[in-house]
Design a protein around this ligand. Structure first.
Ligand code: APR
Length: 251
């Protein structure tokens, strides 16, 4: 009897785990999807789940999300695309209501801050005990952000912006998602220019002459204009507050 109870309770707890994550996913998807569009959030969930369920959580490559991205592709907003690297918080403060970041896309907003993985021989979704970002490269979370960011960058159009961290030694890191994936996906037939905003806090460690930014410039396809600006973080935030209604660029 005890064994049966333990088995049943465990099964209920486990299926609840999947259910809560699934319910949140679908709910957020629906909240974020305008009515009268063809997006079916139950279908989006199955496409998502199919990428990692039943798999070794260290063997989920970015391509596992190909189908998901085809079911729910990011919608570009020309001249309002904002990328970031090492500046997550300030990037979202500044972009709010004006620019589109990866985390403003439907999938990005649903999955931002979440952890998930599957397990071989199981059809569950786990939200704890999953491999960390660097534990193994092909983990479900890292592969999702790699694949989705590639798609987000590939559709970027017009004049785009990236906020880089000028209080770091290497503001343009070749191993970051921005440096290793997004930059390589920008195409000159869609994108006109990239403005790199070097956001600095009290300790300024890099300026626009930084060696790493030369590498950024080199990575850009000919035809994409490169602009660099150094702006203190406090200035960005004050400007955002003062011009919240008009969305004037603060750089
Ligand atoms: N360990 C843990 N988490 C990491 C690590 C790491 N070594 N590297 C990246 N991450 C996760 C963290 O959640 C972190 O907040 O990725 C996030 C972004 O990392 P950054 O180095 O700040 O930036 P980057 O890798 O360039 O990714 C940001 O990717 O999703 C896109 O459009 C988005 O332009 C943006 C870029």
């Amino acid at each position: 009897v005890v064994v049966v109870v333990v088995v049943v309770v465990t099964a209920v707890v486990l299926s609840n785990r999947t259910d809560t994550f699934k319910a949140t996913f679908i709910q957020e998807c629906e909240r974020r999807t305008p009515e009268n569009t063809s997006t079916d959030c139950v279908e989006v969930w199955s496409a998502f789940e199919q990428a990692y369920v039943g798999r070794d959580p260290c063997q989920v490559p970015p391509e596992a999300y190909d189908h998901l991205l085809s079911v729910a592709p990011p919608q570009p907003a020309c001249n309002r695309m904002l990328f970031w690297s090492g500046t997550k918080e300030v990037a979202h403060q500044v972009s709010e209501g004006c620019y589109q970041t990866m985390e403003d896309s439907m999938l990005g907003s649903v999955l931002d801050g979440m952890t998930w993985c599957g397990k071989e021989g199981s059809n569950e979704t786990f939200t704890s005990g999953c491999p960390g970002w660097t534990e193994c490269e092909n983990n479900p979370v890292r592969s999702f952000w790699s694949r989705a960011s590639a798609e987000f960058a590939a559709v970027a159009c017009g004049d785009a912006v990236v906020l880089l961290n000028g209080s770091r030694d290497t503001p343009f890191s070749p191993t970051s998602i921005f440096g290793s994936i997004e930059v390589k996906k920008f195409t000159s037939d869609r994108m006109k220019s990239l403005t790199a905003v070097l956001v600095t806090k009290d300790n300024v460690l890099a300026n626009c002459e930084d060696e790493s930014l030369k590498n950024l410039q080199k990575e850009l396809k000919p035809g994409i204009k490169y602009i660099c600006k150094e702006v203190p973080e406090s200035e960005l935030l004050t400007c955002k507050k003062d011009h919240d209604q008009t969305c004037v660029p603060c750089w």
